[in-house]
Design a protein around this ligand. Sequence first.
Ligand SMILES: Cc1cc2nc3c(=O)[nH]c(=O)nc-3n(C[C@H](O)[C@H](O)[C@H](O)COP(=O)(O)OP(=O)(O)OC[C@H]3O[C@@H](n4cnc5c(N)ncnc54)[C@H](O)[C@@H]3O)c2cc1C
Length: 397
Amino acid sequence: MQSVHVAIIGGGYGGIRAVERLAASTQVTITVIDKNPYHYMQAEVYDFIANKVDMSHIMIDLPSLCKSFERVEFVCDEVTSIDTSSSILSTQSKTIAYDYLIIATGSRTYFPDFITGLREHAHGVKNIPAALDFKQQFERALLNRIEAQTHGCEVEPFNIVIGGAGLSGVEIAAEMAAYANRFYQNGNFGCRGIDVYLIDAYESILFGMDPFLIHSAYERLIKLGVHVWHNNRISEVRSKEILLDNGKTLDFEFMIFTGGIAASSLTQYLGFETNAKGHLIVTETLNIPSHENIYAIGDITQATDENGKFIPPTAQLAERGGEHAALNILRSLKGKSKRPFRFKNQGVMIALGGEYGAGLLPGGIKVKGYLAYLIKKGIFRFYTDALRRRSAIGKRR
Ligand SMILES: Cc1cc2nc3c(=O)[nH]c(=O)nc-3n(C[C@H](O)[C@H](O)[C@H](O)COP(=O)(O)OP(=O)(O)OC[C@H]3O[C@@H](n4cnc5c(N)ncnc54)[C@H](O)[C@@H]3O)c2cc1C
């Protein structure tokens, strides 16, 4: 029986799902390479920032997880190049030969150059150190605010700005506002608290999403006291001030930018075809064009449906991509033809601060409020519990 070695770059949502599927075949040995020794569950980061859970809740130990499978090795290192002619990839410290390769290195915050000063003065939450910095600064800001009010409530407004009202920006704004409100309520602090601003250039928040989600999220944000400034384009960010195209300005203490993502920087060094933000162009079987043994999945790709329409990058899309790349590798091993990737969205759930959410379930069923929150949490528990059970097995090995 032919045995093959699959290298998977990136132990995120897509990479891990590919491991789960491929490890079931005794024909396959796998090496997972990630620059971090953990899987960062970034889709749940708002709970961490808002102090609802500690850091361990948004991480899974990759060495233990990989050890729980047969024939899966983990290498903690950054991949720097791929030599497709000899099927060898290089990390900072070694080379690894592969028969098949899955590139699943995700994305990073995109700071557009046309917004002067954005990169220098705004933070992202696409990695754990950045999320931790933000969380710590937010707590420090709360304390500073209380201390500034020792001699009365007459102090300057204290603003936190979230630039970009897509899924992640909305979730973070709602959770930060709910957290700050809870903090002021619990402590019976009488003065004015922190103001959260959500700013976006589009004509609505969650632009392009279902009107039910847009409306539910907007209503909730307003109820939480978030200042929602849609139709407002940021043109410049200074150390403590934002300038908008329409001439408005806003002072801020700190700013998070969630207005877009660019592909992980690895794509710059590969020589594969990309779009303007570095996302890899893939064929309908999820291959890199002209490289039948190389797949790319998740946020690092420019995903489109069968009509060429853009599919927004989500954890769900990355997981389906991981499953599909694995399926096609296993089919190739059996001498069968590859299948085209068809993405069927299973719905979307949005956390909207505290124990509140909104979502669309399969079949277009609409939910909002506590039930939506419970469903969202249930999906997350289902995902993490399975991985934690596996990593506990790996830890004992
Ligand atoms: C705040 C926030 C909220 C979100 N909410 C949702 C949500 O509610 N629902 C949803 O479906 N999606 C959500 N998303 C999007 C979702 O998290 C991403 O779409 C998903 O993480 C993409 O998975 P991936 O496997 O492509 O990449 P990732 O999960 O980002 O994994 C990439 C991995 O590659 C590794 N890596 C990168 N470069 C290298 C290299 N050169 N060498 C080795 N390793 C490397 C990284 O360390 C990382 O572990 C949210 C994202 C954010 C930031």
